[in-house]
Write a protein of this length. Structure first.
Length: 475
């Protein structure tokens, strides 16, 4: 009995210490908040747009989202103070989210994920608490611009697009949250019993999860591109959606090499490659990567959306991981392969059937989409372009029969993660030009291919893709 009491006391002591650390961290945050430039604060205090942001970050919707509050304050403050500058993904990662100087957006998608959550929070705020706001704030996908729009006939500044400041922008200041006297409603909320508060929070969390899933899931209709491909995929008894192997991609990038599909299924191939690392800790890390199964959040999200769309269409579908497959598997059923051969070697089995083939050398990072048979007006190679702020990427989408002609394989080969995600969402949310719709309806169609091009800011997925070229093969 005494042991039990001691354990309870210890648990309470630990929890109290944890709470003290949390309170101390909050006080430290408040102290750091004094870092905002006084001149900028005085300049913005009467700005209706700045006042709107203050109300948003103080709202019930944002109250427990500290990181999202910081991002919104940082983006808005730097936008309004210097509207002619552009912010980089690194600025948000390092200044707001505490990432180090070696932050690499190719492997760390924290900014993209947080920006997506922030957009959802803003939508939720204006649908509920902020429904009567005279101004509306949005953050369009594909950019870091803040847009303010009038929603009522009130004398405010006209709709304005402001570009966020680069690394020269002042550090984020949480004190940008001006002290606003609490309303009667707020005083009443704070007087609730703790049990009621806890129950409400749990309810909101659960409801938000369902709301988020329903909001972000794409409704695929028969008129969408992938919807028109369903009759082909349905020829297989089951459709397997195969996610990329991010661990494999990281290992190959580390050693500037490629692991062919012939050796991919041999677990020792990844471990043997990791043993080449000279640093012991680095070797252990690479060995671990060779054993665990990882994929990016964006591509996992896309795979889940495909799975839901296929299920709604009445097809039997499942999620698979590349390491669980064997060559013989592609003789039966249908497949959706997401990623190029560096993250999913199985794509290489069908690469020769595509006209626009993703190829290059690992050492020089000179990967391009090679046009095997160019027609008039087409380029011989389509090379991704990576700029400091904005990049141009490509994705090849090919629908082709499996090895026994008993099902179909849809490959989505993007030059990077944003291209993979954008191409998948293009298939699920867009329609083809009329001439291509007619082609997909033909029963004599054997294979169908699209080359897509898009532009995106670092850390963001493409807002809109364009069809560069297409190929059709009939039986």
């Amino acid at each position: 009995m005494n042991k039990t009491i001691n354990r309870i006391k210890l648990s309470v002591h630990v929890n109290d210490s944890h709470l003290a650390r949390k309170i101390g961290g909050f006080r430290k945050m408040q102290t750091e908040a004094t870092g905002i430039e006084e001149e900028a604060a005085r300049h913005l205090v009467d700005d209706a747009r700045w006042q709107l942001v203050q109300r948003i970050v103080r709202s019930r919707t944002m109250r427990r989202a500290a990181h999202l509050q910081k991002i919104l304050l940082f983006v808005t403050e730097t936008s309004l103070v210097d509207p002619h500058c552009v912010i980089r993904e690194q600025d948000i990662a390092q200044r707001v989210l505490g990432r180090k100087d070696d932050f690499d957006p190719a492997y760390d998608t924290i900014v993209r994920v947080q920006m997506g959550h922030l957009r959802q929070k803003l939508q939720s705020y204006f649908d509920d608490e902020g429904v009567s706001e005279p101004l509306r704030l949005t953050l369009p996908r594909g950019s870091y611009r803040t847009i303010f729009e009038e929603t009522l006939s009130v004398p405010v500044a006209k709709q304005e697009e402001v570009q966020v400041a680069p690394s020269s922008a002042p550090p984020l200041a949480e004190s940008a949250l001006a002290e606003v006297p609490p309303t009667n409603a707020e005083r009443h909320r704070f007087s609730w019993r703790w049990a009621t508060v806890v129950a409400l929070v749990l309810y909101v969390v659960v409801a938000s999860l369902f709301w988020w899933r329903s909001r972000r899931a794409i409704t695929t209709t028969d008129s969408s591109i992938v919807g028109r491909m369903f009759p082909y995929l349905a020829k297989g008894s089951k459709v397997s959606v195969v996610l990329p192997d991010t661990s494999l991609l990281l290992i190959q990038k580390t050693f500037y090499t490629e692991i062919p599909v012939e050796t991919y299924t041999q677990s020792t191939s990844r471990t043997d490659l990791a043993l080449q690392a000279k640093d012991e800790q680095f070797r252990q890390l690479l060995t671990l990567l060779g054993r665990v199964r990882t994929t990016t959040l964006d591509e996992a999200s896309v795979g889940t959306d495909f799975l839901q769309a296929l299920t709604r269409a009445g097809l039997q579908a499942e999620l698979r991981y590349p390491r669980d497959l064997r060559i013989r598997d592609f003789g039966q059923g249908s497949y959706i392969l997401i990623g190029n051969q560096r993250s999913d070697p199985w794509v290489s089995l069908f690469a020769s059937r595509s006209n626009f083939q993703y190829t290059g050398r690992p050492v020089g990072k000179s990967y391009v989409f090679h046009n095997v048979s160019p027609v008039k007006g087409e380029q011989e190679d389509y090379a991704p372009i990576e700029g400091e702020v904005e990049s141009t990427n490509y994705a090849d989408v090919t629908l082709t029969p499996n090895f026994t002609d008993s099902g179909y394989v849809l490959t989505i080969v993007g030059s990077d993660v944003p291209a993979n995600e954008a191409a998948a969402r293009f298939l699920m949310g867009d329609e083809l030009p009329q001439e291509l719709q007619v082609i997909l309806k033909k029963q004599s169609l054997r294979s169908f291919e699209l080359l897509l091009r898009g532009h995106h800011l670092h850390g963001e997925s493409n807002d809109k893709l364009a069809i560069v070229a297409y190929r059709v093969t009939n039986r």
